[in-house]
Design a protein around this ligand. Sequence first.
Ligand code: HEC
Length: 201
Amino acid sequence: MKSLWIASVSLALFVSSCQCSDDQSGTAPFIPVEQAASEGALIADASQGALASALMKQINKDGFEGAVTFCHENALPLTDSLELIYNADIRRTSFRFRNAGNEPDSLDVVVLSEFERIHELDSVPQPKVVETTSGTLRYYSPIFVAPVCLNCHGMPGEDLTADLHALILEEYPQDEAVGFEVGDVRGSWVIEFAEAFNSNR
Ligand code: HEC
């Protein structure tokens, strides 16, 4: 965790010390796709690491029930705080979402469908960079279900106990994020580089 924050701070310093174009015409060159791919990978990894370590710490402290409450209160604020460090939009999305704030938009639907299609062909979907209609670049990186995830996203009454499922439904009455199996595509990280970040640097 500590090394993550050190890495984050040095990246933030790097970003803020760069030379940014003051071109307001909207035609400033966006960062190249390769750069969106490498920085997207770095940001998605750091975000995944931050969420996973916070989650594991909470599970060890308060068990799965405490961790659900913790996620409910902290998952979105945590990615919001990373956005400030990286100056990019950071979120997760999924066809079967738990928090309605993670509902996919139309471009997310296209990419999630592609990830699902590749997964159904028994291949492993790879991260990709896509340009939005407004010209910004988005880095998508598939999120897969690991054994520990089944405790909160598995089949109700089996890996996900009836008690925990009841608690989840209290916090998220519209929850759709159950019934997953190990290896399934759970969703995707979406890292979008804002216009200011895309300027010449
Ligand atoms: C302790 C229970 C718990 C565990 C274990 C858990 N999750 Fe979740 N997960 C949640 C909760 C609660 C949310 C909703 C968070 C919020 O309100 O933003 C969530 C949301 C998500 C989302 C965002 C999309 C959505 O459905 O809203 C993804 C993606 C996700 N989880 C993937 C995983 C993966 C992958 C694992 C295993 C590595 C995992 N989760 C383990 C409880 C859990």
